[in-house]
Design a protein around this ligand. Structure first.
Ligand code: 5AD
Ligand code: SF4
Length: 435
C-alpha cells in the first residue's frame, strides 16, 4: 500500500433523503482517514456515486453517469470510482464486470469498510447487517438551517413492488441517546430544524412519539419534522403528541400508494381505502391545521381503469396538499416481479400518471389558495431563486412562502401574511420579526 499525502473525495448523491444522510456518514468515515471532501469532480482522487434502485429510471441514470465517468477517467490516471448505496447492493456483480467496471462497490451497511476497500485500490462489500446504525458517527454536514437525522435503517414491510427491504436489509432502530445528542449539537451549531428519517418511523423502537417529544424539548426554537409514516402503524399517540407540542411541525407525509383496496392488498400494504380514510379523519379532527402529503403509484400490476379512478377519488376525498407521483416500475426480486405481471402498457401508465399529476396540481392550488389572508410563522431558509430582493421560508405545514426581504435573516423565524398563491408556492408580506 502506497502512502498518499491527501486524497480528494467527491461524492454524488442520488435518491432519497436517507441517501443524503448516508453520504454525510460516508464523508465522516473517510474524513477521519484523511480524505478531503471536494465540491468538484475536477480535482477528485476518489469519486463515489451514492445510488438509488427504487425505479428503473433511477438506475439508468447511474449507468449513464458511469459511462461519462469512464471517459473522464481515461484522462485522470489513478482516480478510483466507486458505487455505493442501494444499486451497489442490488447489482454488485454487474458493476464489477466488463469495461465499465468500477473499482469499489459498497452496500448501505458496509460503509465502515470503505477506507479499507479504497486503500487496497478496489473491492466489494455488500454484506447487510441486522445491527449497523452508524449510531456514533457524526455526519459531516454543510452549515444550514435544516438537517436530516437518520433514526433507523432498513425496512421489514415488504410492499410487493418495493426493492428497499432487499437493498437496505432488516429494520433496526438507532439508540435514542445518540439521536438526541446529535440533534442538540445541531441546534447549538445554529440549525433550527431537524427531520427524523426512516422508511417507517412509526415502528421506531422503543417508541417514536417519545423520541419526537424529546427532540422537540431541546428548544422551542427547534422545529422537528419526520418522514416517512406507514399508514398501518400511525398511532393515536403520535397524533396526540403532535397536537401537544407546538414545535413538532403540522405536516404528515402518509403514502397512500393507491385508492383501491384490491390494489392495496396486492401491494401488501396491510390497510384498506376505508382504513386510510379513517386515519385521515383522525388527523383532521385532532390536528385541523395539519397538511397531509402522499406518494402514489400509477399502473401497478392488474390495475383496472376503475381502480385507477379510485385513486383519483381518494385524492379528491382527502384533498392532499402535495404528492409524489410515480409510474409503477417493476423491480427484479420483489414479490410483485415474481408473482404479478407488469401488465399495464406503458402508454396507459403514462396517461394515468398524467391524470394523477393534473388532479394534484388542482388540489395543491386549492390548498394554497385557502391560505391567502392567513398569517403564518415561518422559518426563513434562503434567498429566493427568482430575486435577491426576496427570501423564502416554510410554514409548519411545509409550504414555501416567498416574501420581500425586510429586516430578517436566514435562520430567523418571521411572521408573514399570505397575499397570493399558486399550485407551488405562497406569496406573503412580512408582519413582524418574531425573534
Ligand atoms: N415503482 C414505482 N414507484 C415506487 N415506489 C416504491 N417502489 C416503486 C416502484 N417499484 C414509490 C412509492 C414509495 C416511494 C418512495 O417510491 O410510492 O412510497
Ligand atoms: Fe432511498 Fe429506496 Fe432509493 Fe434506496 S432505493 S436510495 S432507500 S429511495
Amino acid at each position: 500500500m502506497q502512502l498518499q499525502p491527501s486524497r480528494n473525495l467527491y461524492v454524488e448523491t442520488y435518491g432519497c433523503q436517507m441517501n443524503v444522510g448516508d453520504t454525510e456518514i460516508v464523508v465522516s468515515i473517510l474524513q477521519r482517514e484523511g480524505y478531503v471532501p471536494t465540491e468538484t469532480l475536477d480535482n477528485a482522487d476518489v469519486v463515489l456515486l451514492n445510488t438509488c434502485s427504487i425505479r428503473d429510471n433511477a438506475e439508468q441514470r447511474i449507468w449513464g453517469r458511469l459511462v461519462e465517468l469512464r471517459r473522464y477517467r481515461r484522462r485522470k490516471r489513478g482516480m478510483l470510482v466507486g458505487v455505493i448505496g442501494c444499486m451497489a447492493e442490488r447489482l454488485k456483480e454487474e458493476l464489477l464486470q466488463g469495461e465499465d467496471a468500477v473499482d469499489v462497490v459498497a452496500g448501505p451497511d458496509s460503509y465502515r469498510d470503505l477506507p479499507r476497500l479504497l486503500a487496497q485500490g478496489g473491492g466489494a462489500n455488500t454484506l447487510l447487517s441486522s445491527e449497523e446504525t452508524y449510531a456514533e458517527i457524526l455526519p459531516v454536514r454543510k452549515e444550514g438551517v435544516g438537517a436530516y437525522i437518520s433514526i433507523m435503517r432498513g425496512c421489514d414491510n415488504y410492499c410487493s413492488y418495493c426493492v428497499v427491504p432487499y437493498t437496505r436489509g432488516r429494520e433496526r432502530s438507532r439508540d435514542p441517546h445518540t439521536i438526541l445528542r446529535e440533534a442538540r449539537e445541531l441546534f447549538d451549531r445554529g440549525y433550527r430544524e431537524v427531520t427524523l428519517l426512516g422508511q417507517n418511523v412509526n415502528s421506531y423502537k422503543p417508541d417514536f412519539p417519545d423520541l419526537l417529544r424529546s427532540v422537540a424539548e431541546i428548544s422551542p426554537l427547534l422545529r422537528v419534522r419526520f418522514a416517512t409514516s406507514h399508514p398501518k402503524d400511525l398511532s393515536d399517540k403520535l397524533i396526540e403528541t403532535i397536537a401537544e407540542v407546538p414545535n413538532i411541525c403540522r405536516s404528515i407525509h402518509l403514502p397512500a400508494q393507491s385508492g383501491s383496496t384490491r390494489m392495496l392488498e396486492r401491494m401488501n400494504r396491510k390497510y384498506t381505502r376505508e382504513h386510510y380514510l379513517e386515519i385521515v379523519d383522525k388527523i383532521r379532527k385532532k390536528l385541523p391545521d395539519a397538511s397531509i402529503s402522499t406518494d402514489l403509484i400509477a399502473g401497478f400490476s392488474g390495475e383496472t381503469k376503475e381502480e385507477h379512478e379510485e385513486t383519483l377519488s381518494l385524492m379528491r376525498e382527502v384533498g392532499f396538499d402535495s404528492a409524489y407521483m410515480f409510474k409503477y416500475s417493476e423491480r427484479p426480486g420483489t414479490l410483485a416481479s415474481r408473482q404479478m405481471p407488469d401488465d399495464i402498457p406503458d402508454p396507459v401508465k403514462t396517461a394515468r400518471l398524467s391524470e394523477i399529476i393534473a388532479l394534484q396540481n388542482e388540489l395543491s392550488a386549492a390548498s394554497n389558495a385557502k391560505d391567502v389572508g392567513k398569517t403564518f410563522e415561518i422559518l426563513v431558509e434562503g434567498v429566493s431563486k427568482r430575486s435577491d430582493a426576496q427570501l423564502y421560508g416554510r410554514t409548519s405545514q411545509n409550504k414555501v412562502v416567498v416574501f420581500d426581504r425586510g429586516g430578517v435573516r436566514v435562520g430567523d423565524y418571521a411572521t408573514v401574511k399570505v397575499t397570493g398563491s399558486s399550485s407551488a408556492t405562497l406569496k406573503g408580506v412580512l408582519r413582524k420579526n418574531v425573534q
